[in-house]
Design a protein around this ligand. Sequence first.
Ligand code: PMP
Length: 400
Amino acid sequence: MAPKLEATRRRIDALESDPSRKNSFVPYGIDRHSAQVELEGRKYLMMSGYSYCGLGGDERVVAAAKAAVEQYGTGAHGVRALAGSTPLHEELEAEVARFLGRESALVFGSGYAANVGTIGALCGPGDTVFIDKYDHASIVDGCKLSGATVTRFRHNDPNHLDQRLRAASPDGVRLVVVDSVYSMDGDIAPLPELREVCDAHNALLMVDEAHALGVIGRTGRGIEEHFDDTVHVDVKLGTLSKGIPSMGGWVVGSPDLIRHLRYHARPFLFSAALAPAQVGAALEALRILDREPWRVAHIQDQSAKLRAVLTEAGMRTLASETAVVPVVAGTDEQAYDYATACRRAGIIGLPVVSPAVPNTLARLRIAVTARHSEADIEFAGQALLEAARECRLIPATAAV
Ligand code: PMP
């Protein structure tokens, strides 16, 4: 073990000795009434958070969490199958199912657990899971735990998926798993084409809506709504920790699917139920999102504006169409320097570097939320460009 610990110590010491590289585990003082955070006595506009719907500090959500604690206490008293279920958990599941237009839902301890549990419950040895190269780590881990054969296809490439399905064993369950919105690129899975390929090969289609709930589709219902409800997904799941400002994961589908997961998804069976505060907050946030679709429109409008400002000035935002706006700096070094320059300009934009992304496409992962006002987004656009000029990512004369 010692060599492993030593290697980590050397790597992290090297990273942290340069303050411009210290972007992980930074304790931001969150102001729940604005999009600002405090760091070392200075306020910054947070542009890399995940609370897409801007409901994290909402009085109604906070009050619902408090009420849940008042009624049920702070802990979950066990796993859902034993002492951990409360009427509030069942209410949340009914609300998730209703919001997403499915008959049934199941709530897990996290989005990570939902992916691991669902893939593990649906697939095992003799089955095959087909995953997009950019799928989230929890999908990859779910595949490993399941013991199924795993095949990767090129990112957002239905033709390559088609080839992979043709080449794979026709036996067993064939499950295709994609993210609906990719967390580092902000692009959307080509659902109609994927559905066609799945149908041609008798494969099930599962999507992870972690970055889509509250973000894409006219009312934030996610990828099916984004494609005008013309394409059906067999298994939809996501998290309650991004657009919905709580904790937990969800899966929706037919009553048979949900019953199967209840009895076979190991992270559901063997890990404690969500705490009441998390359930109360998630339930209220979902209800607010239902009543306030302006939040979704705001995210979509403001992220489109930000992308336009950046690309017109010569910055690259890749294939982003969502609240996640990658702003490409180039090498890892350039991304670190760009993040530091952004901080000087008043915003927090966190770098994503290799091996998470190719070393030529290191970037700041910027995210637009409903908490950002139009003025915030204008400020962020100017700050991103000012920092880009300072780092010579665009010429000093570039249009502002
Ligand atoms: N899926 C995707 C696509 C994610 O980005 C994440 C979290 N970053 C998860 C699943 C896991 O969700 P949670 O944080 O609720 O475990």
